[in-house]
Design a binder for this molecule. Structure first.
Ligand code: AMP
Length: 587
């Protein structure tokens, strides 16, 4: 198959924002893809060569791509760069200049997908002094044989800016309607949630149908989408929801780690599927030494501790462990512990369908719990009073709150889903601020006065899991300290966009747009009905969305969360309704 076919599909895809239409465009295309190329095609649709949990990047900054465009088109670099400053997207620059150059190119050979994959692999594996030159050479060879549309998407892929607007859920929808039935969507999604590999799912379905999907199991090396907790605003509601009895665990304020241990293999994945193995060599070593079996997948929270007292330290301490460089020093400076709270796989057996009490027992049985390897503090409670006492202890021990966990037969590990089998309750819920929200930055406004030359406020959005789109909920301008104000442009730079993100609904236009990527924790006084914001439009009131009153940044950048894991529109509506029953709503 030729790359021109996929590029043409991208062009059509970009012309719509409707999820159903996107699904059918992708599905019609997938029907034409040979089985042996399907896996690569699924990754390329997402601008990659591998599933998400491979941390390999093409390493081509915009300027290197511009240099290559200049070389292939014969247009002087300064002109290419000026065009880029105007347009902002190296892909569109390539499209424009290659269109002009094509009129004079005599010899070119059709660019196949196989050749694109081969060259992209060469680009991602280039290392050393010559790497920039080699990357340019491999990209130039593809651009030489590209039409304008192919060139546009090739340049977007290598510069990490491949944004067709199709989310992974839309791609899974398309895979489902191409190779299975809508009724089988849930089973297909489960297979995806336990492998995090959309290419594998598509190829399995195309080759062996649902039989193949049923044969997919949890495996060491394939991260599992994490299970998430719902929230309720009081302990009594939680106990009621759990039918009077449940387990409650300390909610540690740290970094979630999913650890995969196999024969000669150990990897730590974040909840965003990043590889954190190098950041926690101490945890990796102790877990491997203190595990008594052959293969296991566990989850736990890594927290920083005081080296003398062993007391849990704030979240700000543990995030310093996420550094890429000088890890050895950071490991010495910031001692940590992991509190294991779940086991998902053990010695060949998938435990995700076992009830919580069974999984919990296995943690104690198969790990030597001592030193930096700990198990989360847990108690089975039968009343609100017991829960309250445990919650107060959790706060005294410097935890964020508690997580209640169902202990019934249905208490399986639901990969990738948020439900009431786990319910969180944080100390923020007790103060003046009703709640904390994890919101996505989608825009910025230039500052004035003391903030001149910096960003003065940010436009924040939440994710609507039903529509797969983002909607704005507030402008955020408080809670920024000097260092955050100084660092904001560099933190957000990677997500800068010349146009409104494809998947964003908004009535407000900021000075700068950002693609969804960075999540900030925000507290607010109230969830309100807002005519200015687009999240949850028309759900509570015709013509209005929902917003947050008096939003304030808590200082926590949630690098561990993906944009789809931000506080969802339905969670916010639920919070609004809880307020409505507790107080009178403000509009
Ligand atoms: P939140 O980030 O507010 O959605 O809360 C869910 C997070 O709490 C999980 O992703 C874990 O990182 C963290 N957590 C801390 N302690 C526990 C625990 N005992 N069980 C489950 N999750 C926990």
């Amino acid at each position: 198959m030729n790359f021109a076919n996929i590029a043409e599909m991208f062009r059509v895809l970009e012309s719509t924002e409707a999820r159903l239409e996107m699904t059918s465009i992708i599905s019609n295309f997938l029907k034409t893809v040979p089985k042996n190329e399907l896996r690569d095609v699924i990754y390329i649709i997402q601008g990659k060569l591998h599933p998400d949990f491979y941390q390999i990047e093409f390493g081509m900054a915009d300027k290197l791509v511009l240099k290559t465009i200049s070389l292939t088109s014969g247009v002087p670099y300064e002109i290419v760069e000026n065009l880029w400053i105007k347009i902002g997207d190296p892909g569109e620059v390539a499209e424009k200049l290659i269109k002009e150059k094509k009129q004079i190119t005599l010899f070119s050979e059709a660019l196949s997908i196989a050749r694109v994959v081969k060259n992209l692999k060469l680009i991602e594996t280039c290392e050393g002094k010559e790497s920039q030159i080699l990357k340019t050479k491999y990209l130039a060879s593809m651009l030489h044989d590209s039409g304008p549309v192919e060139a546009k998407y090739l340049c977007r892929i290598v510069s990490g800016k491949m944004r067709t607007g199709a989310s992974i859920m839309t791609i899974l929808d398309a895979i489902t309607i191409t190779f299975a039935t809508k009724e089988e969507r849930a089973e297909i999604e489960r297979a995806f949630n336990i492998t995090c590999d959309s290419g594998l799912i598509a190829e399995t379905l195309a080759r062996s149908g649902m039989r193949g999907i049923h044969a997919i199991h949890v495996k060491v090396g394939n991260p599992i989408k994490v299970m998430l907790a719902e929230r309720l605003s009081s302990l009594s509601e939680i106990i009621d929801k759990m039918d009077g009895t449940c387990a409650i665990e300390y909610k540690y304020d740290g970094i979630r780690a999913q650890v995969h241990i196999g024969k000669n293999y150990v990897r730590i994945f974040s909840r965003r599927l990043e590889d954190l193995t190098n950041n926690f060599p101490d945890i990796t070593k102790s877990l491997t030494n203190q595990f008594k079996g052959e293969e296991v997948i566990i989850e736990g929270e890594c927290v920083a501790v005081n080296s003398e007292t062993g007391q849990i330290q704030s979240f700000q301490e543990i995030v310093r462990r996420r550094r890429k460089y000088n890890i050895t020093e950071t490991v010495k400076d910031i001692p940590v512990k992991i509190f294991i709270f779940d086991m998902l796989y053990l010695n060949g057996t998938d435990l995700t369908s076992e009830p919580y009490p069974e999984r919990r027992k296995l943690i104690e049985k198969w790990f030597n719990i001592t030193g930096i390897i700990q198990i989360s503090c847990m108690k089975i409670v039968h009343s609100m009073e017991e829960a309250d006492k445990f919650f107060n202890n959790a706060i005294k021990e410097r935890c964020e709150g508690i997580i209640a966990k169902s202990i019934g037969n249905e208490s399986v590990y639901r990969a990738g889903s948020r439900g009431f089998l786990w319910i969180k309750y944080k100390k923020d819920y007790c103060g003046n601020f009703v709640d904390s929200f994890d919101l996505v930055v989608v825009g910025a406004f230039y500052g004035m006065g003391k903030r001149a030359g910096k960003y003065g406020a940010l436009l924040m959005a939440s994710y609507d899991s039903e529509s797969g789109r983002y909607g704005t909920v507030c402008k955020l301008g408080t809670g920024f300290d000097d260092s955050f104000l100084d660092n904001m442009p560099s933190i957000l730079n990677k997500y800068k966009s010349n146009e409104k993100p494809h998947l964003l609904d908004t009535k407000i236009t900021p000075d700068i747009w950002f693609q969804p990527g960075i999540i900030l924790e925000v507290v607010g006084a109230e969830v309100t009905i807002s005519p200015n914001h687009a999240a949850g439009m028309n759900i509570i009131k015709e013509g209005s969305g929902i917003g947050i009153r008096f939003p304030r940044f808590t200082g926590r950048i949630r690098y561990d969360k993906e944009p789809e894991q931000s506080t969802t529109v339905s969670e916010m509506i639920q919070m609004y309704n809880v307020q409505f029953t507790n107080n009178s709503p403000s509009t």
